[in-house]
Design a protein around this ligand. Structure first.
Ligand SMILES: Nc1ncnc2c1ncn2[C@@H]1O[C@H](COP(=O)(O)OP(=O)(O)OP(=O)(O)O)[C@@H](O)[C@H]1O
Ligand SMILES: [Mg+2]
Length: 248
């Protein structure tokens, strides 16, 4: 199937979200270009996870527009919304694996739950292909508790990728990892972008991940974007709240 051509894969306009009267996102607007890795950098509690969840419809914003693949999210009926959601992979802040299932069973379960019908052979092939790409084939029959932190993060990527999404939303893909493992995950994110031509939003506060993976960056501060640019642009931005991310 030929890919459709888009000027933007995601377009968010004037998004607002509050919980119990407390504003969490205020007037958020941005676009994600095809094939782009967009980093959203923000401190803990800035609203990063809430923003990712609003983009995919896991959370409903108070107001604002979300356009994905040229479709206005609020205008879609349930069937169309389900079709659209299949085109988006979410790598959760935790790995989102079930502890009582092996890695293979976890990915199978994820495939079975999708409304796309696969043959048994196709399912096996997909699970093995993605685990191979992510260097986890040896761990296919391991339980999540038997995986190291880095393997668990990779398993979270595998879970999202097994459905071959066109957009991937990464929530803190390297947090809690040692620098070498964190670098490994950043390299994987780049490889995924290259191999599968995905467009991604990567939420993080890890500057080495941001530097390694970003085509463009946005800085989220208390629910609003305060700066935008490449890693190099932002490094030279004198605003204190921006510099705070670059000085450790
Ligand atoms: N379901 C919810 N109900 C009420 N408040 C919430 C809910 N989800 C998030 N919040 C609040 O929204 C704010 C932003 O949370 P969010 O999880 O988006 O932060 P974050 O930037 O992802 O932080 P971290 O880097 O720690 O993951 C926080 O103050 C949080 O308490
Ligand atoms: Mg978060």
């Amino acid at each position: 199937m030929e890919r459709e051509i888009f000027t933007s894969i995601i377009r968010v306009e004037h998004l607002y979200k509050s919980f119990n009267g407390e504003p969490v996102l205020q007037d958020i607007s941005f676009t994600l270009a095809p094939g782009e890795n967009l980093i959203i950098l923000g401190k803990s509690g800035a609203g990063k996870s809430v923003l990712l969840k609003c983009i995919t419809g896991l959370l409903e914003p108070d107001s604002g527009k979300r356009v994905l693949f040229n479709q206005l999210l609020d205008e879609l009926d349930e069937d169309s919304l389900n079709v659209l959601k299949k085109r988006i992979g979410f790598v959760f802040q935790g790995s989102a694996l079930y502890d009582s299932m092996s890695l293979r069973e976890n990915l199978m379960f994820h495939l079975n739950r999708s409304s796309i019908r696969f043959t048994a052979r196709d399912k096996d092939a997909r699970v093995e292909e993605i685990l191979d790409k992510l260097g986890l084939l040896n761990a296919i029959d391991k339980m999540p508790a038997e995986l190291s932190g880095g393997m668990r993060k990779r398993a979270g990527l595998a879970r999202a990728l097994v459905l071959r999404p066109e957009i991937i939303l990464y929530d803190e893909p390297t947090t809690g990892l040692d620098p070498a493992t964190s670098r490994e995950i950043s390299e994987l994110i780049l490889r995924i972008q290259r191999i599968y031509q995905t467009s991604s939003v990567i939420v993080t506060h890890d500057m080495s991940c941001a530097r390694a993976t970003s085509n463009r960056m946005l800085i989220l501060e208390k629910g609003s974007f305060i700066a935008e640019g490449t890693y190099a642009n932002l490094r030279d931005n004198p605003v204190k709240a921006v510099q705070d991310f670059f000085i450790n």
